[in-house]
Design a protein around this ligand. Structure first.
Ligand SMILES: *[C@@H]1O[C@H](CO)[C@@H](O)[C@H](O)[C@H]1NC(C)=O
Ligand SMILES: *[C@@H]1O[C@H](CO)[C@@H](O)[C@H](O)[C@H]1NC(C)=O
Ligand SMILES: *[C@@H]1O[C@H](CO)[C@@H](O)[C@H](O)[C@H]1NC(C)=O
Ligand SMILES: *[C@@H]1O[C@H](CO)[C@@H](O)[C@H](O)[C@H]1NC(C)=O
Ligand SMILES: *[C@@H]1O[C@H](CO)[C@@H](O)[C@H](O)[C@H]1NC(C)=O
Length: 952
């Protein structure tokens, strides 16, 4: 018996050998090898490294050639060992490039059961329309293929599919129509794995959709799905992974007890959807004991930390970031010993650092950024942590000594805290993997340098750390990408070695005491911020090699000579801020075609000549600030072609002449800051221009979408870094943001002003002005205006400050102006106004200095009562010396505040996401809001005081 079995085995082995290594005859059918060769020759195999490919990758098809017709031995080809048919093709990461045609020979391989073309570059190719012919397929992977177009209905013929991955074919998105989507679910009843992430589905999921009951893995992340999420999805008996993040789905959990049916669930990701708040409670009552990954960020959850988390004993990754959770973070983590990643960033948590975290021996990622946590940091008892982000909290006291033992740290973010004491490079010297270190504004002082190196460092942030010297260890950080040494005490020149390390992209040395601008040869640089130093002399020519620059900020220095032409030719430049220097000469007429400039600030220099005509190339321009120079010109009528312009500041120059009629019907529809003050403009008020200011009309700023979305925080995840290096710009950033990384902060965009003061405008104030009913500040003072104050001004319902002083206005003050309930500042002095001062609402709050120098005004607060004819107005009582709001100082700082950043919309905001917002960006925002709050508060105070005063 045994002998028989033995001989059978020998026979079998022999048979297998005959089949596999057949003498001469290839196993592979010539039909299949021809089809494969044709497929090979229809493509190039010279593509670049693709996302998620290993570092070592190669073109598998190079081994395919006619000298060995046995295709079963070719790389990536799998044959059925008995029939010889090609049943599997794995060409992932094979450097393929080109187009897969609808009649490609690939579709002749009818026996294919598995096909993997993932991570090749078929950009330009439509999604393969013939795919439905491969009806034997059980496994299909077309992810990261850069396809475009639509997924054919034929896809739903593949009813044998067990695994289907079409994810991440964006740029542009591959479209999956609702029909095909529904049919996929209906017909592919054997599916266990389905990944459609980043396809454009843009429809709702039908409520009665029948999901394959075998489904274990379902990934519909970022597919623009809308409507209600069918609850039966939670009832799939085998579902282990459910990923739905970044959609517009309304998610609520079924009322019935679904715990028994979903005992298999291991991963649940509902982030960034419209998730009903009750879900936290429902999740609490279910027994998701097996859950390993729970992601509920950006779900608008409010209230305390959900207690049930403490019962998820198997949990490894927990993400509750970007919600409105508050109160203390309870010490529930001692039970969660498997936890490797915890993110609670961007919430409203208060209280101490949860001490039960320090014991978690598997914890690798800890993100508590942007809460209000306080108290001292505990010593860590685990050293597994790799990413530690505690920035933007209120932590105080010294840095824990145990930090130095966390040798696996790659990311350390402690910035924006209230820590104290000194810290130096030696604390990190054993962390050989350190990539990101940010201590900016942490309260810590950076102590002297030691002899250490951080070869992998990408990011070093030591802003406001009392740094006195350039940290010389960065010389060996060949990968350094972002360096922030702003607001320190660095004096003098750049050291000689500076400039010969890394591929610096963002350099921030603002607010130091640097005196010369040598050593800036980085051609890679995108952001250069040297504002508020002591730089003198002309700009050295090496700066002309930094042609990648997006943002140049050299403001508030003492740079002189002419501005080099090259700065204006950088094709990527978005922000050019050279204000408050000593530049002279003309503005170079060098703006390139298709210039992307959004913000030009050249104010407070000695620039001469006129506004260069090539500025018309800057069609994206939002801020043009040329104030306080010596520009001598008429108003250039071609400026009207800059339709995006939001702020035009020409104040304190030598502009002259009338502002002539425009060709466009509504020039400057987005204008919010229009400042021509202190020039010699003449003629009538430029009504043609003002009529175009749609942004100042009919905008109920509190109701309409007049909002800027300014990014609150950015996590320096590796993702943003990758994204930049892969050259995928805005869209991908938005994707990354939408997914995990950010939280938007709404900022009202309501700051609107017109300042035409100190010119030679004449004639009447047109009635039209009343249409500017979203204007906040209007200054027409120091002109030659005549006629009456138009009654229509009563419609300027948002007006907070009005200055018409030093003109020749006549007639009465319209009583209707009393309806301007926001008016906090009024100056009508030095005109020829007559009659009674209105005595209601706001008018009760103004002082006599609002009315000085008018011939015949009467009534409070002036001393001459109406009816009695007394000349001139004598103050009743001296106001304590509070500077008038419209005084030069305040007015100016408001404008500067605006000029330096508020106008960045989404377009360039992405840059700022990438590089952590430069501090001047947020500062200028804060300046402006503080200014506004100050104005309003002061006006209120004043109003109250006057009210009391009059009652006495
Ligand atoms: C392969 O690359 C060559 C050279 O870049 C190009 O001319 C050719 O069109 C490419 N072929 C395909 C099929 O993409
Ligand atoms: C569903 O699958 C069956 C069997 O493979 C096929 O005949 C039918 O055409 C498919 N339906 C659609 C709409 O693809
Ligand atoms: C966060 O908490 C503070 C203080 O408790 C509160 O004033 C603030 O409104 C909260 N913010 C949000 C977004 O809930
Ligand atoms: C951490 O573990 C130690 C013993 O390993 C224990 O004494 C301590 O109480 C734990 N701390 C916390 C906060 O769980
Ligand atoms: C640090 O990282 C290495 C390599 O990934 C790993 O083997 C080691 O266990 C880690 N150390 C700790 C304490 O987690």
């Amino acid at each position: 018996m045994e002998r028989i079995i033995l001989s059978l085995i020998i026979l079998f082995v022999y048979a297998v050998e005959v089949v596999c290594f057949s003498f001469g005859d290839p196993l592979c059918s010539s039909h299949d090898s021809l089809a494969l060769l044709q497929f090979k020759h229809s493509l190039n195999a010279t593509g670049d490294h693709q996302y998620d490919c290993p570092n070592y990758f190669y073109a598998k098809t190079t081994s395919w050639n006619t000298s060995s017709m046995d295709c079963c031995r070719w790389d990536g080809v799998i044959c059925d060992s008995f029939t010889g048919h090609v049943i599997g093709l794995d060409l992932s990461c094979s450097r393929l490039e080109g187009t897969i045609h609808p009649n490609s020979s690939l579709f002749q391989l009818r026996h294919l059961q598995t096909l993997d073309l993932s991570s090749n570059n078929f950009s330009g190719s439509q999604f393969p329309q013939g795919i439905g012919q491969l009806v034997s397929l059980t496994h299909l992977n077309l992810s990261y293929c850069w396809f475009k177009g639509r997924i054919p209905l034929g896809m739903s013929h593949l009813s044998n599919l067990v695994s289907l991955d079409l994810s991440d074919n964006y740029y542009p998105f591959v479209h999956l129509s609702q029909d095909v989507f529904n049919m996929l679910f209906q017909n592919l009843t054997k599916l266990e794995l389905l990944s459609l992430s980043h396809l454009n589905i843009s429809s709702s999921i039908p409520m009665n959709l029948s999901f394959s009951s075998s489904l274990r893995y379902l990934n519909l992340d970022n597919t623009y799905l809308q409507g209600d999420l069918p609850k039966n999805i939670f009832l799939l008996p085998n579902l282990e992974t459910l990923r739905l993040s970044g959609n517009y789905l309304t998610v609520s959990l079924p009322e019935f007890n679904w715990s028994s049916s979903t005992h298999s669930l291991r991963e649940l990701d509902l982030s960034f959807n419209n998730v009903s708040g009750g879900i936290l409670n429902s999740l609490g009552t279910t027994t998701l004991k097996a859950l390993k990954i729970l992601r509920l960020s950006g779900c608008n959850f409010a209230g305390p930390f959900p207690e049930f988390i403490g019962n998820l004993s198997q949990i490894t990754q927990l993400d509750l970031s970007d919600n409105y959770l508050d109160g203390k973070i309870p010490d529930v983590f001692s039970n969660l010993q498997m936890l490797t990643s915890l993110s609670l960033k961007n919430n409203n948590f208060t209280g101490p650092f949860p001490s039960s975290l320090v014991n978690l021996t598997n914890l690798q990622v800890l993100r508590l950024r942007n809460n209000s946590l306080s108290g001292t940091l505990p010593e860590f008892k685990t050293n597994s942590i790799e990413i530690l982000d505690l920035s933007r909290n209120q932590f105080s006291g010294p840095i824990p000594r145990s930090l130095r033992h966390l040798l696996n740290l790659t990311v350390v973010f402690l910035g924006q805290n209230k820590l104290s004491g000194e810290i130096g490079a030696e604390m990190f010297s054993s962390m050989t993997n350190l990539q990101y270190l940010d201590l900016s504004n942490s309260g810590l002082s950076w102590s002297g340098n030691i002899n250490t190196t951080f070869p992998l460092l990408y990011y070093l942030g030591l802003g406001s750390c009392r740094v006195k010297d350039f940290p010389d260890f960065i010389f060996n950080s060949k990968k350094l990408w972002i360096l922030d040494l702003s607001e320190n005490e660095i004096h003098g020149q750049f050291p000689k070695w500076f400039g010969s390390f890394g591929d610096l992209v963002n350099l921030n040395l603002s607010h130091n005491y640097l005196t010369s601008l040598d050593h800036l040869p980085w051609a890679t640089m995108m952001i250069l911020d040297l504002q508020s130093n002591s730089l003198t002399g002309p700009l050295p020519s090496p700066i002309c090699t930094s042609t990648s620059l997006y943002i140049i900020n050299l403001s508030y220095n003492n740079l002189s000579a002419e501005i080099p032409n090259c700065l204006f030719t950088f094709s990527r430049l978005v922000v050019l801020d050279l204000r408050a220097n000593n530049f002279h000469g003309p503005i170079p007429n060098k703006f390139p075609k298709n210039s992307g400039l959004v913000h030009i600030s050249l104010s407070k220099n000695q620039l001469e000549g006129s506004i260069p005509t090539s500025l018309v190339n800057c069609t994206s321009l939002k801020v043009l600030d040329l104030g306080n120079n010596k520009i001598q010109s008429t108003f250039p009528p071609w400026l009207e072609t800059l339709q995006e312009l939001e702020a035009l500041i020409l104040k304190s120059n030598r502009f002259y002449g009338p502002i002539v009629a425009f060709k466009t019907k509504s020039p400057f529809p987005n204008m919010r800051i229009f400042d021509l003050s202190d020039n010699s403009f003449s003629g009538s008020l430029p009504m043609e221009v003002l009529k175009g200011f749609k942004a100042m009309m009919y905008m109920d700023a509190h109701k309409s979408g007049l909002e800027y979305y300014v990014e609150e925080t950015i996590n320096f995840g590796i993702s943003s870094y990758d994204v930049l290096y892969r050259g995928l710009y805005v869209e991908s950033m938005i994707l990354v943001m939408k997914n995990q990384e950010t939280k938007f902060n709404k900022i009202l965009k309501i700051f609107t002003t017109i300042d035409l003061s100190r010119n030679k405008f004449e004639g009447e104030i047109p009635k039209f002005i009343g249409n500017l009913n979203s204007l906040l500040l209007l200054n027409l003072s120091h002109n030659n205006l005549t006629g009456q104050i138009p009654v229509e001004m009563r419609n300027m319902s948002t007006l907070e400050a009005l200055d018409l002083s030093f003109n020749h206005l006549t007639g009465k003050i319209p009583v209707e102006l009393a309806s301007l309930t926001f008016l906090a500042v009024l100056n009508l002095s030095y005109n020829h106004l007559v009659g009674p001062i209105p005595q209601s609402n706001q008018f009760n709050t103004f002082q006599n200095d609002s009315y000085f120098g008018n011939s015949d005004l009467c009534g409070l607060p002036l001393s001459n009562e109406c009816g009695h004819h007394k000349s001139s107005s004598v103050p009743v009582e001296q106001e304590e010396d509070e500077p008038s709001f419209l005084s030069e100082m305040t007015w100016q700082s408001v404008l500067i505040g605006y000029g330096s950043g508020l106008t960045f919309g989404f377009g360039i905001a992405y840059l700022i996401y990438l590089f952590e917002r430069p501090r001047w960006f947020i500062d200028s925002f804060e300046t402006i809001t503080h200014e506004m709050i100050y104005i309003v508060q002061r006006a209120r105070k004043r109003r109250r005081r006057n009210f009391h005063r009059r009652r006495h």
